[in-house]
Design a protein around this ligand. Structure first.
Ligand SMILES: O=P(O)(O)OC[C@H]1O[C@](O)(CO)[C@@H](O)[C@@H]1O
Length: 370
């Protein structure tokens, strides 16, 4: 029997691995999860998934396309996801999405594994991004904790949100003195709990601690303002990477000086999961919904048997956290295994996810804003 002819925008697209250089080290747990031989920590601790966003690393030796994801085609051929989308935005992203956001997915997904703590940083909200970077997107982000490891006897942890008593003047003074313990002490600290989701709005100071393995969903930019001029591992950070070209004076405008207690911070930013649908051999859990942010949505899918899905005129992105199985679409099948990532174009309207007996699939499904 001959297969039906399908356009690329009508089929699931397997994504190649896209590792990206960062100022912090990590990646060993990520590589273990990916089943790579000889997993190692290094200077590319992040996997960018379905990315149409270029990394802002300011490194002359790197490719100008660093950060852009490639799609695997037949044989060993690959093509940039961005090139496919640019050639036919509506078919891949959906007409309504293109009307609102142009030929941009409006979302970026990452798997991130830190051996060392990240530098204390902040990302722009939409207003700051528009006024200062002339960008339609800021960098609100959310972390879905997958697991982690102890580093030097310390369990994985997160720093975020100003504590009561922190003012713009105090923050600036600590920056000028480069008083790192003082800056760390201005932020709330919590332990990373696998399965928890935190939403970090643009403007909120934060630093992912050492030993964290998480999935991140965010707006599609790489604007990171870093207030530590030397990384926790002792490497100087070039000024341009700290202030992103806007100068040190301006960076203090990017922070939201809203000092909340830990309870208030967690009540605002920790998002409890909600079961949306459950049946014989599947569960669909909302991790981030439209009520939490208008920047993206995130679901966890658990598929022991089968789950019928629709794309409803929008694309979505899958990452297989664990298990194995397949996607059935039209008259075809695509195998799924742990760490596989897949772009599901808007033109793929219906598909079925099936888990293998004894190896139920655990997946995240990432959506752009509605
Ligand atoms: O400043 P660093 O350590 O390179 O970290 C940047 C990283 O921080 C994050 O914003 C997470 O907080 C990632 O999206 C980003 O790649």
């Amino acid at each position: 029997m001959t297969e039906k002819t399908l356009k690329l925008s009508e089929q699931p697209l397997k994504l190649e691995s896209t590792r990206v250089w960062r100022t912090y080290s990590g990646g060993k747990v990520l590589e273990e999860w990916q089943g790579r031989p000889d997993p190692q920590d290094g200077d590319r601790p992040e996997e960018w998934i379905a990315s149409v966003t270029r990394a802002r690393n300011n490194r002359s030796e790197a490719s100008p396309d660093e950060g852009l994801s490639e799609v695997s085609l037949a044989g060993d051929a690959t093509v940039l996801l961005k090139a496919l989308i640019d050639a036919d935005p509506e078919a891949f992203l959906g007409a309504e999405h293109v009307r609102r956001y142009g030929a941009n997915t409006a979302v970026l997904v990452k798997a991130l594994d830190s051996r060392s703590r990240l530098a204390i940083q902040v990302h722009p909200d939409r207003d700051f991004a528009r006024d200062v970077f002339h960008s339609a997107f800021g960098k609100t982000e959310a972390w879905y904790a997958l697991g982690g490891r102890e580093i030097g006897g310390e369990p994985p942890y997160l720093l975020f949100g100003f504590k009561p008593g922190v003012t713009r003047e105090k923050w600036r003074e600590l920056f000028e003195k480069q008083d790192i313990p003082g800056m760390v002490d201005c932020l709330h600290r919590i332990q990373l709990v696998p399965g928890e989701t935190l939403l970090i709005e643009g403007g909120v100071p934060h630093a992912i601690g050492s030993g964290c393995f998480l999935l991140e969903i965010q707006e599609p930019t790489d604007y990171t303002i870093r207030v530590e001029r030397t990384t926790p591992e002792g490497n100087p950070i070039p000024d341009e990477l700290c202030h992103q070209g806007i100068g040190f004076e301006k960076i203090f405008d990017c922070f939201h000086y809203e000092a909340l207690t830990l309870e208030e911070t967690l009540a605002r930013y920790r998002i409890p999961p909600v079961v949306l649908d459950e049946g014989d051999g599947f569960r669909v859990i909302e991790l981030i919904g439209a009520g939490h942010t208008d920047k993206f949505r995130l679901q966890r899918l658990e598929v022991g048997k089968a789950l019928d899905c629709r794309n409803d005129g929008q694309f979505s992105i899958l990452a297989v956290l664990a298990g194995s199985g397949r996607i059935r679409y039209s008259d075809r099948v695509m195998a799924l295994r742990q760490s596989q990532t897949v772009f599901l174009p808007a033109g793929l309207t219906v598909f079925r996810i099936e888990g293998d007996p004894g190896h139920p699939l655990e997946l995240v499904r990432c959506f752009p804003p509605r």
